[in-house]
Design a protein around this ligand. Structure first.
Ligand code: FVH
Length: 293
């Protein structure tokens, strides 16, 4: 049975996967009356015991509240789930991961169906949701009016960073951060591969690696400053000529340790192109120009 007292505005949540369930618990714990629906009904049962109202259909769940949050697998599942719902007068928030273009197209369709739209990109994994000290937050973009109307409810599961009226911007921020993370994961894999065959314990090595990555992460601010003013030689501490010379050491060491260098070579090839263009006194910021088609 529920032990919550509901004195907060109600909302609807469609999708009770790992993330949806974490979001639901955060809203219930905060005292928001919550209507839920999930394709596989069994996933709603524990939440019903915690105070959620379980709708029989997605359309019924949408009808229950003005604020409707969806957190589903992908864009196709969102389209399927919302197909039969009346969105007139609704405030729809889509926390499903997708591309910026998908968010913009979805915003246009939702507007045609009479609703306001806000897209969200969740920068957290489910255990971080509802834990204020976890650092979890959500990028939001789209209707500022919707965001302001529901800010209190929206910031219960995680912090919020509103990044603009363009509905695609939340997804763009989300994907940009995830892409940088992917490059970092690639580098981490390479580093562990280099020590694999030696008598260097990975757990002893890990703190050294983590501290180094944190120390180097500050370089993003110099890259940003150089991109902003167009002077790529400004405050360069490690110039490109030196870095390209050093890259031979990285590749030779990989070979000597029996490690494939395929995660490094595409990036190093871009540095060599910049050097060949006579930009040896710059840092690595010119790579951004080479990447943009
Ligand atoms: N979990 C994570 O770490 C990440 C963190 C960052 C944000 N993502 C995104 O959040 C969306 C939901 O992720 P999730 O972790 O909740 O995903 P699942 O546990 O796999 O649950 C998927 C839900 O989607 C429902 N579903 C799938 N296909 C359909 C469909 N065709 N029609 C209706 N519902 C559908 C599924 O229902 P069921 O399988 O239980 O019946 C779940 O409710 C996602 O965009 C992440 O990228 C999570």
């Amino acid at each position: 049975m529920s032990h919550h007292t509901f004195d907060k505005p109600g909302l609807t949540l469609l999708g009770l996967g790992a993330m949806g369930t974490a979001l639901a618990r955060a809203w219930l714990t905060a005292g928001h009356p919550l209507t839920v629906w999930n394709r596989t009904p069994g996933r709603a049962e524990p939440l019903a015991a915690e105070g959620a109202t379980v709708a029989r259909t997605a359309a019924e769940a949408v009808a229950a509240n003005r604020l409707v949050v969806v957190c589903l697998l992908d864009g196709a599942s969102v389209d399927a789930v919302l197909a039969d719902a009346d969105l007139t007068g609704k405030d729809l928030v889509d926390l499903t991961t997708g591309t910026p273009d998908r968010a913009r197209a979805h915003a246009a369709l939702v507007h045609e169906r009479g609703a306001r739209f806000l897209d969200g990109g969740i920068m957290a994994v489910p255990p971080m949701i509802g834990a204020p000290s976890s650092g979890a937050y959500v990028f939001y973009s789209g209707s500022r009016a919707l965001f302001d109307t529901h800010r209190e409810a929206l910031t219960r599961p995680a912090g919020a960073r509103y990044v603009g009226e363009d509905a695609g911007f939340a997804a763009l921020h989300d994907v940009a951060l995830l892409s940088a993370m992917t490059g970092m994961f690639a580098g981490v894999s390479h580093a562990f591969a280099l020590i694999r065959k030696e008598n260097i314990g990975p757990t002893a090595f890990a703190p050294l690696l983590a501290d180094w990555l944190v120390a180097m992460s500050g370089s993003v601010h110099l890259t940003a400053a150089q991109l902003a003013d167009g002077d790529y030689t400004r405050e360069v501490a490690s110039n490109l000529a030196m870095q390209v010379a050093g890259s031979a050491t990285l590749l030779r060491t990989a070979e000597d340790q029996g490690v494939r260098s395929e995660l490094l070579t595409p990036y190093l090839a871009l540095l060599e192109r910049l050097l060949a263009d006579g930009r040896g006194d710059e840092g690595t910021t010119g790579v951004v120009d080479l990447l943009v088609r």
